[in-house]
Design a protein around this ligand. Structure first.
Ligand SMILES: [Zn+2]
Length: 243
């Protein structure tokens, strides 16, 4: 799964607008960010197997990132790191941890059985990847549903819709490109491409955070709700163009 993972970030942002969007977006792929790094380091292993139906990526060894206990550990670590460095709210950081762990649940839907239930144990995965069209529709559907929830929340808090629409358009484009592209190159290059992609998308999410942040000295992360201040600062004419 590629862009479908971001559905967890979108719904989390709709539920808890105080959570920084870039943290949720990076968190949704944190397990894969770790995986890309470990693949580049030769610790976790992948190979291309053109005989496979659907995606030709064979993810045959990734216990540290994509086992159930591994993903749980990533989620808990992210929650604690968030509490230390990002937010004083356990609710915000609990949601960040849940978003990180959601990666495993969403991967479970699409992966072939390559997700270990415990270290060295049985591997699971429902294998929607074997059916590329349905898999792409699943990812797009997840993004459409959760993107609508995110847009609704932005409208409710009078934030402009266009940054969100551009971000959703980017995700849709990524999904289309990924669907039309066969993985190729060395495992190092595949890991590097994935890593760059995840970091760029997280960076764009940070730009949306910056756009949403009210100007002025009171823009600390946990003071999150900029509605009143933003309204005060904006010219009357601007309001009609927000939804
Ligand atoms: Zn993954």
């Amino acid at each position: 799964m590629l862009v479908g993972h971001y559905a967890a970030a979108l719904v989390a942002k709709a539920v808890e607008p105080r959570a920084p969007f870039w943290v949720l977006v990076a968190g949704a792929q944190l397990v894969d960010i770790g995986w890309a790094g470990l693949v580049m380091a030769g610790v976790e292993k992948i190979r291309i197997d053109p005989s496979l139906p659907g995606s030709s990526l064979d993810l045959y060894y990734m216990p540290f990132t994509h086992s159930l206990p591994g993903a749980l550990a990533w989620g808990i670590a992210a929650m604690l790191l968030c509490r230390l460095a990002i937010s004083s709210s356990w609710r915000v950081c609990g949601i960040v941890g849940a978003v990180v762990f959601s990666h495993w649940l969403l991967d479970f839907l699409v992966h072939r059985p390559d997700l270990e239930l415990w270290f060295g144990g049985a591997k699971v995965g429902l294998g929607v990847w074997n059916f590329p069209v349905q898999e792409a529709m699943l990812e797009m559907g997840l993004i459409a549903l959760t993107g609508a929830a995110w847009l609704w929340e932005r409208g409710r808090s009078q934030r402009p819709a266009w940054p969100a629409l551009l971000f959703l358009l980017l995700l849709a484009t990524l999904q289309i490109v990924a669907s039309l592209t066969e993985p190729a190159g060395s495992t190092f290059a595949l890991g590097r491409t994935a890593l760059v992609l995840y970091l760029v998308v997280s960076g764009l999410a940070a730009l949306i955070d910056m756009k949403d942040r009210p100007a002025g000295p009171s823009s600390l992360p946990d003071q999150g709700e900029p509605v009143v201040l933003a309204d005060d600062l904006e010219p009357e004419i601007g309001r009609d163009f927000k939804f």
